[in-house]
Design a binder for this molecule. Structure first.
Ligand code: PRP
Ligand code: URA
Length: 209
């Protein structure tokens, strides 16, 4: 069964409040999404394996730890997932970035794929799928399936805000995928938007509405 980590940190809660606020403009919205992504990344990367290396400090030799071989891939779901990439790259500057383009059909609410470019060695990487919103879960379930179809073995999902319906959908479709969310909201509305949520994440990031 998926592990579901809901963050309980004052800095994340504080920043998320301003991300949600409709009076926050795109510039500040983008900055805050980046900051929260970095803070979440600290926990998302907790189980990266370490290996010992020998180094020399100005005082003497010692064995010290560095992140071991397993390579990381970040996979934002376009568009809104792009907003979380820089924040994660702050912690994982060597990570490769793949992109999956999906939009949700406004009539059927089903994800429609329009773009995909992934690192070649996707099966050897620990993949972190990024999307601020987990609403019905359709987009995340499709993106994860897409990655698995191309050989991905280790996948985590990171969202800012999730609806209970979205978490359930991912847990059922991909019980091997752990989910990290900054908040779980109440429900979805008739248009399958998260209530209270933050509105349309892509539009708020890129100022398209
Ligand atoms: C949003 C969001 C997720 C999806 C979540 O993207 O960024 O990808 O909706 O909804 P779901 O869980 O019900 O699938 P959207 O389709 O609005 O595309 P955009 O990022 O290009 O605006
Ligand atoms: N997509 C968004 O951007 N916001 C929602 O609340 C649901 C889907």
């Amino acid at each position: 069964m998926s592990k579901v980590v809901v963050f309980d940190h004052p800095l994340i809660k504080h920043k998320l409040t301003f991300i949600r606020d409709k009076n926050t403009g795109s510039k500040e919205f983008r900055e805050l999404v980046t900051e929260v992504s970095t803070l979440m990344g600290y926990e998302v990367t907790r189980d990266l394996t370490l290996e010992e290396v020998e180094i020399e400090t100005p005082i003497g030799k010692m064995k010290a730890e560095v992140i071991a071989g397993k390579k990381v891939g970040l996979v934002p779901i376009l568009r809104a997932g792009l907003g979380m990439v820089d924040g994660m790259l702050n912690l994982l500057p060597a990570a490769r970035v793949g992109h999956i383009g999906l939009y949700r059909d406004p009539e059927t609410f089903q994800p429609v794929e329009y773009y995909c470019k992934l690192p070649q060695d996707v099966s050897e990487r620990e993949l972190i799928v990024l999307d601020p919103m987990l609403a019905t879960g359709g987009s995340a379930v499709a993106a994860i399936q897409f990655l698995k179809d191309r050989g991905a073995k280790t996948i985590k999902l990171v969202n800012l805000i999730a609806a209970p319906e979205g978490i359930k959908a991912v847990e059922e479709a991909h019980p091997d995928v752990d989910i990290y969310v900054a908040a779980v909201d109440e429900k979805l509305d008739d248009h399958r938007y998260i209530v209270p949520g933050l509105g349309d994440a892509g539009d708020r990031l890129f100022g398209t509405k």
